[in-house]
Design a protein around this ligand. Sequence first.
Ligand code: BDR
Ligand code: CA
Length: 316
Amino acid sequence: MKKLVLDLDVGIDDTLAVAYALASPEVELVGITTTYGNVTTEQSTANALAVCALLGAPDVPVYPGLPCASFAEDFTVQPVSAFIHGKNGVGEVDVPASDRAPQGQGAVDFIVEAVHRWGKDLIYVPTGPLTNFDAAIAQDPSIVDEVGAVVLMGGALTVPGNVTPWSEANISQDPDAADRVFRSGIPATMIGLDVTLQTLLTYRETALWRETGTEAGKRLADITDYYIKAYETTAPHLHGCGLHDPLACAVAVDPSLVECLPINMMVDVEGPTRGRTIGNPELLNDPNKTMEVAVRVDVARFLDEFMGRITRLVSS
Ligand code: BDR
Ligand code: CA
């Protein structure tokens, strides 16, 4: 069975990615590494532990990640994150804290160790900034050739960004780290806003989780409704919330959910377009392409899998 590591800034859609992973018998979630973005790394770690307990998986190891971007000295939560994910990252819902401590080993060391241990069986899914992964590659560049697959949520190819007209949130937190990862030659699939903003969830679906009557069902519905409400204000034309992180997780489980273009990507790190994900013009004619960029998604099949799996998980 494939082993999965999620790297999360937990986060409402990060929480839904955890639920999707736990509801997928095709993969084993062997660890969660944490990062900053929607909340601080510390809060993300506490949320990862709490969410795993809520969803009936109290033993998934959680490895605390780096506290801020590779170019910065500290991290301040952006007010927009609190508006979209709640100050606590889980929609102001009171998810009981776990009494379990995070692992003593840090995220960067764990990522390197996990790649060496599971090799081609390992799928790494970062759904926050790429700071931990960049540091792991710097620590041991051999992981680039050893890892089985990387499916990252971040960036945009054909649509505007969601924090600036150019830049998507995860990439914009640490464009330098993202650029180094993109140029490292690591084989990766980019699940950007091009596809994630096509996969939308509404109150109609979360009501089904609430109707299960379980603690997990009710709380997951309340958490997700906060996110849907934020989208009503920030992107009313969408009529639902974007399932960014769970789509990346779903593609890790079943790559046939998306169609991709092979492109060697890079990230603008200078000037007003800092954080933009674009094709690397220097590698335009290189026949070897390291990145698969998702440009189409089977929306109906994904939503069907998403609802079926997560509803079963919270019903049990
Ligand atoms: C990404 O940014 C975060 O706020 C979400 O959790 C998702 O990973 C979407 O741009
Ligand atoms: Ca995220």
